[in-house]
Design a protein around this ligand. Structure first.
Ligand code: FAD
Length: 386
């Protein structure tokens, strides 16, 4: 590999904020920091702007985070959730619809927005490592097979769950779990405004879901703990439901257990993490778009010296989801049956009125309206795996 060196000069490049990863969290950060008047360069290892498609569900909070262009990634609206477990069911009607978005459209729109804000996007550029220098940070990259060195004032790692930036700056690795989705043809009677969730604790401590992206097609998914077992259970579930996979989508996603401090210092310079790289994922439902954007906003605020309010709020949010996950993680079949049976009208109303991106308010409201749910959760938290 040929060794090349980009001369930093005393000007623009030496003051650049380098964002590693041109996906949801990285492009969101780049747009915010560039809009704040700072020079930004995004390094993305993919050869071109060609993100893989993925069907995602987010709360309505997404609309407040993105502008019109990214809003065009919305494909469908969800007004109801149906929860199933062992022959029982409960329906929750949402006051504000959830949104089904298409990841590749979202990333294209975010790339355009970051570009308009003045960020430079470098594709086919893989981050290899970083080290301190007198002016800031040396960033080693592989650009189309050529080794180069760039100079940065700060680096933001937005390079996903297995972050090379995190490793280079000394963060410990985050734990990940496999997530598998199959795009399927929806059954004839399936309502296009409804998401179905199945709790099958013999297969997974998480759940299965089916989210319709149109009246004809939807994404059936599952989160598991072991890749091979998860795929086996998933294949059985598909067969049981009589659904044919048309396309596969999947990757490992981080499990949030503790707040990952988003900043470390290398030499005299700052390195930050956002999105999956910092495990900014709601671990109760394993959704990472809205929380990744919140982490990105928080880091952009920190770079632009606008305070830490967003990061503090995100930390509270992620901790509440971790508490909920710890309670649910040890649920057995009888616990899920009780959970669904206990969802009285009043508790269901709270679940439909408050979004899961306001989890503390949601949790307190549900528990106030159905205190037996708190006992069920507490028992599971205290007893752990029985
Ligand atoms: C199948 C599936 C379904 C999901 N469903 C939902 C859902 O319904 N709702 C929801 O909210 N979330 C969902 N998630 C989670 C969500 O997609 C992620 O939390 C989110 O996309 C993370 O974005 P990110 O930008 O942090 O990381 P990523 O999307 O992982 O992006 C990392 C980027 O960094 C680049 N990169 C990596 N290494 C390097 C390097 N060394 N140099 C340069 N570039 C590099 C990669 O190419 C990539 O573009 C789902 C995830 C999966 C896998």
């Amino acid at each position: 590999m040929k060794e090349a060196q980009t001369d930093p000069g005393p000007g623009r490049e030496a003051r650049e904020i380098v964002v590693v990863g041109g996906s949801a969290a990285g492009l969101f950060t780049a747009a915010k920091v560039a809009s704040g008047g700072r020079p930004v360069r995004v390094l993305e290892s993919l050869p071109t702007l060609d993100p893989s498609p993925r069907t995602l569900i987010v709360t309505n909070h997404f609309r407040q985070q993105v502008n019109g262009a990214a809003g065009a990634s919305i494909r469908n609206e969800i007004r109801k959730f149906e929860l199933y477990t062992n022959g029982r069911s409960a329906t929750v009607s949402l006051r504000e619809p959830d949104l089904i978005i298409e990841r590749s459209r979202l990333i294209r729109a975010l790339a355009e927005e970051a570009g308009h804000a003045g960020a430079r996007l470098d594709y086919d550029t893989r981050f290899l490592g970083l080290s301190p220098n007198a002016r800031g940070l040396h960033v080693q990259v592989d650009r189309g097979g050529q080794r180069e060195e760039l100079y940065a004032e700060s680096v933001v790692g937005a390079d996903g769950a297995v972050s090379r930036v995190a490793k280079a700056a000394g963060w410990p690795p985050v734990e990940t779990v496999p997530l598998v989705q199959a795009v399927v043809k929806l059954p004839k009677d399936f309502p296009a405004d409804t998401t179905r969730v199945w709790f099958v604790p013999d297969d997974t401590p998480y759940f299965y879901w089916l989210i319709p992206e149109s009246p004809e097609r939807g994404a059936l998914g599952v989160i598991g703990e072991q890749g091979r077992d998860t795929k086996k259970s998933f294949d059985r579930f598909l067969e049981k439901k009589g659904l044919e996979p048309l396309e596969w989508q999947g990757a490992r996603i981080p499990v949030y257990r503790n707040w990952v401090p988003v900043r470390r210092t290398v030499g005299d310079s700052d390195v930050y993490l956002v999105g999956d790289a910092a495990a900014q994922v709601k671990v109760s439902t394993v959704g990472g778009i809205v929380t990744g954007f919140r982490g990105a906003q928080g880091v952009a605020d920190a770079i632009l010296r606008k305070g830490r309010r967003e990061l503090r709020a995100l930390r509270r949010e992620l901790s509440t989801h971790w508490l909920i996950r710890r309670a649910l993680h040890h649920f057995q079949q009888e616990d899920y049956c009780q959970l669904v049976d206990m969802l009285n009208d009043s508790a269901r109303e709270s679940l439909g009125a408050i979004s899961r991106d306001e989890s503390t308010r949601l949790l307190w409201n549900v528990v106030r309206r159905q205190p037996r749910l708190a006992l069920l959760g507490l028992r599971s938290l205290l007893l752990g795996r029985r």
